[in-house]
Design a protein around this ligand. Sequence first.
Ligand SMILES: Cc1cc2nc3c(=O)[nH]c(=O)nc-3n(C[C@H](O)[C@H](O)[C@H](O)COP(=O)(O)OP(=O)(O)OC[C@H]3O[C@@H](n4cnc5c(N)ncnc54)[C@H](O)[C@@H]3O)c2cc1C
Length: 511
Amino acid sequence: MNEIQARTDVLICGAGPAGLSLSIELARRKVAFLLIDKAAGPFQGSRGKGIQPRTHEIFEDLGVLDRIMAAGGLPPTLRTYREDDSFDEATREPIAANPAEPYPFPLVVAQFRTEAVLRERLAELGHHPRYEHELVDFGQSSSAITATINGPDGIINVSAAYLVGADGGSSAVRHALDIGFPGEALGVRAVVADVRLDGLGRDAWHRWPNGIGVCPLPGTDLFQIQGMLKPDTEVDPSPAGLTALLTAASGRTGITVTSVSWASVYSMSARVADRYRVGRVLLAGDAAHVHPPTGGQGLNTSIQDAYNLGWKLTAVLAGAPDRLLDTYEQERRPIAAEMITMAIRLLLAPAAGVPQRGREVHQLDLAYRDSTLSLNPPESLNAAGSVTGGRRPGDRAPDAPLLGAAGQPTRLFTLLRGPHWTLLGYQVHPDITARTGLHIHTVGPDGDLIDNNNHLQQTYGLTPGDQVLIRPDGYLAALLPAAHADLLPAYLNEVGLTPDREAARQPQPAP
Ligand SMILES: Cc1cc2nc3c(=O)[nH]c(=O)nc-3n(C[C@H](O)[C@H](O)[C@H](O)COP(=O)(O)OP(=O)(O)OC[C@H]3O[C@@H](n4cnc5c(N)ncnc54)[C@H](O)[C@@H]3O)c2cc1C
């Protein structure tokens, strides 16, 4: 059998939402990587179909938001039937955009369509997942990982600086590292299936009293059947079997499943990995956390893991201190633990399974306030521990409409789009040496940006002289009053944003 030797910077095991998102992050930063998946081809199921508002913002940055919006649709009206087939309808009130939150509404997008959009974006950046490539073994030293991959043309021995296990809930990478995966089996079995059917309208998400629901999948002619099963219920995933399931759920005889494109019966569990990093190996997505689907958090959390990890891996590969990578687990593991607690609470709530949720599932309020990356000068906190204006380092950086110096409309999110850090001086020119990967703007009469309606000032609680440092993943790193601006250079060095050598070589004015 052939044995091929290969070398790359990052080996990504698993081309689901986490692996694809991480690949886009690395590709747009020109990092060398290999994305492998043991499956024969792309995943064809709809399972993670709820895309949350925070993920839209990330998709905007990744350059796929318009395509994702076109691939899905707003959640349909929820029609809940009673035993006598009468029903209540909960029409979804549109959630209006506001200057700080341009996309505050969730979307329904079949997971296979989300993944297709991510693959298309990755192809634009010159990369493709390698299917039929299974990670079968790996080891690590202090300087590299070595991995054995079983591919269609033989064994590939890969040497890389890092391995990311984005290989799903039963992660071989997590098992190989013997990382604990504490939590619980929830004792709940569920069915999910993508079907074509006759006898139900596409104008509503239908739900029956026994917890079985049927949701039209926007942009397709499919419906997703989803629901919890009684412990001893066997499900026959054929058209006849799923027709029988819907007949029993609805008490009607007119609903006929005509074809099944994908189906799965699974047992819910809720677990979070003890560690997200062991040396040069990291876990992302379901490999690091599994949970019930209530609240539609899993796919979103997986993409956001990748979004947090991508820029940090890039920075460390380019020479930033290795401890930057430790902040990945520090920031993302508590998020997964919180998400799991919420998903279990929603599962056990009286309205369990009702897919109409509030802001708690939108992920706009997730924050990394306790992260070592959140720069909090002690004097900037008031007695309650808050910065004036309520925003704190670690919070999501909200959007704000702005004008360019010639009066042309722009938005903060437009300025943030891309792999760079952003430093805003509010009515002050930041006194910082230029660095690769840092964009510096001045907001104010003499600056390149005008906060004409004071949205930026109010949303961020700014006073003249303040500086706002925003991370590549759209979280606030620092909100510094003028008196603490001297903290910035050391912070920037720590995250790998060192002054450009050429700039540093320029003659400095005599003191
Ligand atoms: C019924 C259901 C409903 C859900 N609803 C939602 C929802 O509404 N919203 C939401 O956010 N989430 C939802 N989820 C969860 C969501 O589907 C997952 O969180 C998401 O798929 C995780 O993405 P991932 O990339 O981490 O892993 P996966 O999508 O599982 O991808 C892992 C990949 O790794 C590959 N792989 C595994 N082992 C190897 C190996 N040794 N070598 C190479 N490749 C390997 C696999 O082939 C696979 O392609 C739902 C899940 C279910 C089951």
